[in-house]
Design a protein around this ligand. Structure first.
Ligand code: G6P
Length: 372
C-alpha cells in the first residue's frame, strides 16, 4: 500500500501533489499547431454547438464548485448564459431546458446517481448533454451525447483534489472552444488564455513547494471549532470548496461566503480570534474587486478576526490587515482558482492529520454516491 501511495503517507497527499500533472494531462493534445482548440471526443456536431443558447451545469459536491468556476469563465468568454444546478435539485424543479440548451454534467466518478438522473432528465427534455468526467467508460459519459474527459488519473482519496483542478481545466477548454466556434471571445484573447493555461501546471508545482507554513498553521489550529471562508467572483467557489474540504476531512464547522454578503449577515459571526480565510482576487481583477476584498479583510480584522489571507506574490495591499498571508504565484484572474484552492486543500489535510483522523476515508462519506 505504501508503494501505491508513491511514498506519501496518504492518497490525498499524493493526489494533491499530482495536481500539476492532472492539469497538464487534461490540456494535452487539445490544441493544434496554430494554437486552436480541438476537442476530438465531443460528438455533438459543431453546427449544433454553435446554436447553443444557454448552458446548464449539473453536478454534486466538489464538482458543483468546479461548475461555479465554469460559469464565470464561460459567460465571460462566450456571453452564453450559464446556470449551475445541484443535480439533485435540478430534476425536481421543472428545469427550463430545450434543444438549444447544452447540459454539462461534471463528475469525477461518472457514477453519481443524482448527476446521472439529471442528465437523463435533460436528455428527455431534448437538451444536448455533455459529460466532463474522469472515468473512462463510466455510466454518465455513456448516457451523454458528448464527453470531455479529464485526465487526472485515478483518484482514491474520498475528498476530491486533483479531479477538481482537472474539472476546472476542462471547463476552461469548453468555454474557449464554444467561443472559438462562435467566432469570437468577448473579453479575453482566447489564444492568450490558452498560453496562460499551459503555464498553470508549473505555477501549481511552485505553489506546492511552499506549503510548509500552511502545514504549521493547520497543526497549530488543530483545536479550532469553526473556520469561515470568504471569496468573491471566482474566489467565491474556491471559498466554498475550502469550507467543504474542512468539513469532510476535519469534521470542523466551516462555512464559505461570498465576501459581498458579509455585511448582510455573516459579519455577525466575527468575534475575537475567529479564523477567517480570505481568497483575494489578483490586483488586475475587473471591477476593482481586489480593493473591495481588501476592505472586507480590514472590516473583519477590526472586529478581531484572525485573517488568513490568500493573495498573489506581488500584492502588498493585504499586509496591514493579515494575520497570515499565504502567497500564490501571479496569474490571470480567470485562472486563479487553480492556485487559490491548493493551500485550502493542504490546510484541511494537515488539520485532519493533526487531529489523528483518516484523511483518505473520512467518516460517513463515500467516494461515489450511487444511490439517490
Ligand atoms: C461524493 C464525494 C465528493 C464528490 C461528489 C461528486 O460526495 O465524496 O468528493 O465531490 O461525490 O462525485 P463525482 O464522482 O460525481 O464527481
Amino acid at each position: 500500500a505504501a508503494a501505491e501511495k508513491g511514498g506519501y503517507p496518504t492518497f490525498m497527499e499524493k493526489e494533491i501533489h499530482e495536481q500539476p500533472h492532472a492539469v497538464a494531462d487534461t490540456l494535452l493534445g487539445r490544441t493544434d499547431e496554430s494554437g486552436a482548440l480541438i476537442l476530438d471526443d465531443l460528438r455533438i456536431p459543431e453546427e449544433r454547438l454553435r446554436r447553443v443558447e444557454r448552458v446548464t451545469i449539473v453536478a454534486c459536491g466538489t464538482a458543483a464548485y468546479a461548475g461555479m468556476v465554469a460559469k464565470y469563465a464561460i459567460e465571460r468568454w462566450t456571453r452564453i448564459p450559464v446556470e449551475v444546478a445541484l443535480a439533485h435539485e435540478f430534476r425536481y424543479c421543472d428545469p427550463i431546458v430545450d434543444e438549444s440548451t447544452l447540459v454539462v454534467s461534471i463528475s469525477q466518478s461518472g457514477e453519481t446517481m443524482d448527476t446521472l438522473m439529471a442528465v437523463r432528465h435533460a436528455a428527455e427534455l431534448g437538451a444536448m448533454t455533455l459529460s466532463i468526467c474522469n472515468t473512462h467508460g463510466s455510466t454518465i459519459p455513456r448516457a451523454s451525447d458528448a464527453v470531455l474527459y479529464t485526465h487526472a488519473g485515478p483518484e482514491v482519496a474520498v475528498a476530491s483534489t486533483k479531479a477538481f483542478l482537472a474539472q476546472i481545466t476542462a471547463c476552461y477548454l469548453l468555454g474557449l472552444y464554444l467561443a472559438q466556434l462562435r467566432g469570437e471571445t468577448y473579453a479575453d484573447d482566447a489564444k492568450a488564455v490558452l498560453r496562460e493555461l499551459h503555464a498553470m501546471p508549473e505555477r501549481i508545482g511552485r505553489l506546492l513547494g511552499r506549503m510548509d507554513r500552511v502545514r504549521e498553521m493547520a497543526e497549530f489550529m488543530a483545536d479550532t471549532r469553526s473556520v469561515l471562508f470568504l471569496g468573491r467572483h471566482m474566489g467565491f467557489p474556491v471559498a466554498m470548496e475550502g469550507a467543504l474540504k474542512l468539513k469532510e476531512l476535519a469534521y470542523i464547522h466551516a462555512e464559505g461566503f461570498a465576501a459581498g454578503e458579509l455585511k448582510h449577515g455573516p459579519i455577525a459571526l466575527i468575534e475575537p480570534g475567529q479564523p477567517v480565510f480570505v481568497v483575494v482576487p489578483g490586483p488586475d481583477t475587473p471591477h476593482d474587486l481586489h480593493r473591495k476584498v481588501v476592505s472586507n479583510i480590514q472590516e473583519i480584522r477590526a472586529r478581531g478576526a484572525r485573517t488568513l489571507v490568500i493573495a498573489h506574490d506581488d500584492d502588498e495591499d493585504v499586509e496591514p490587515f493579515a494575520s497570515e498571508v499565504v502567497r500564490i504565484p501571479p496569474c490571470p484572474p480567470m485562472l486563479a482558482p487553480l492556485l487559490a484552492v491548493v493551500p485550502l486543500q493542504v490546510f484541511a489535510l494537515h488539520l485532519a492529520s493533526a487531529k489523528g483522523l483518516d484523511v483518505d476515508q473520512p467518516r460517513n462519506l463515500a467516494k461515489s454516491v450511487t444511490v439517490e
